[in-house]
Design a protein around this ligand. Structure first.
Ligand SMILES: N[C@@H](CCC(=O)N[C@@H](CS)C(=O)NCC(=O)O)C(=O)O
Length: 206
């Protein structure tokens, strides 16, 4: 059985849990990261030298980096569903998966971290506002993309929806000022109808 290391409230762990739920894959999840610690132990560092979550173990095969794990599971178990078989459709999915990690998350992380993981008296209002504006700006690109496509990866739900789908709940679910993004909202509503998304991502934001 698959073993997934990582706390349930991590956006990167949620990507992997959601992927498994979409694919109907059973797994054992072990708490690690944040208040659970574990990630600095020699045993964990031998699996993942970064000391971050998630880490996947699949019958002796070890993999870290959440998007790589999603790609691996989709390629192995989701051909034609989560894993688009057409190279261009797959490239489109890959593109937005990478965009989540390299563009969206760096813009949004300071706002999330201040608002959710930092005591009130230690929050930086300036940092939060810069991050809020920056996130709204980069999300305008996703909004434009979704104006012409049903799903992030194209016409079909795929692995391309998973990283941004996991992240968008944090943006839409927090009490912050946001511009209207009707296409992102329509896409989020469609995700919210998926039992796997509700079970793994649509949880209290902590
Ligand atoms: N690029 C990595 C980032 C992993 C990452 O930053 N994970 C965070 C949780 S979302 C973490 O491990 N933080 C330290 C901790 O939880 O102890 C990935 O996508 O897997």
């Amino acid at each position: 059985m698959l073993r997934i290391w990582g706390r349930e409230n991590s956006v990167n762990v949620q990507k992997v849990l959601w992927c498994c739920a979409e694919l109907g894959l059973p797994y054992e999840r072990l708490d690690a990261g944040g208040a659970f610690g574990v990630v600095d132990t020699p045993r964990y560092r031998a699996l993942n030298p970064n000391g971050l979550v998630p880490t996947l173990e699949d019958e002796g095969f070890v993999l870290w980096e959440s998007n790589s794990i999603v790609r691996y599971l989709a390629a192995r178990h989701g051909a034609g569903t989560l894993w688009p078989e057409d190279p261009r459709a797959r490239a489109q999915a890959d593109c937005w998966m990478d965009w989540m990690n390299t563009v969206f998350w760096p813009a949004f992380r300071p706002l999330f971290w201040n608002l959710v993981r930092t005591p009130l008296e230690q929050r930086s209002a300036a940092e939060m506002e810069t991050s809020r504006r920056g996130t709204a700006e980069v999300l305008a690109r996703l909004e434009d993309h979704l104006a012409g496509h049903a799903w992030v990866g194209g016409d079909q739900f795929s692995m391309g929806d998973i990283p941004m789908g996991a992240a968008i709940w944090r943006w839409l679910g927090l009490p912050i000022e946001r511009p209207e993004t009707p296409h992102i909202q329509r896409w989020f509503d469609a995700l919210s109808e998926r039992p796997a998304y509700r079970a793994t991502v649509l949880q209290p934001i902590t």
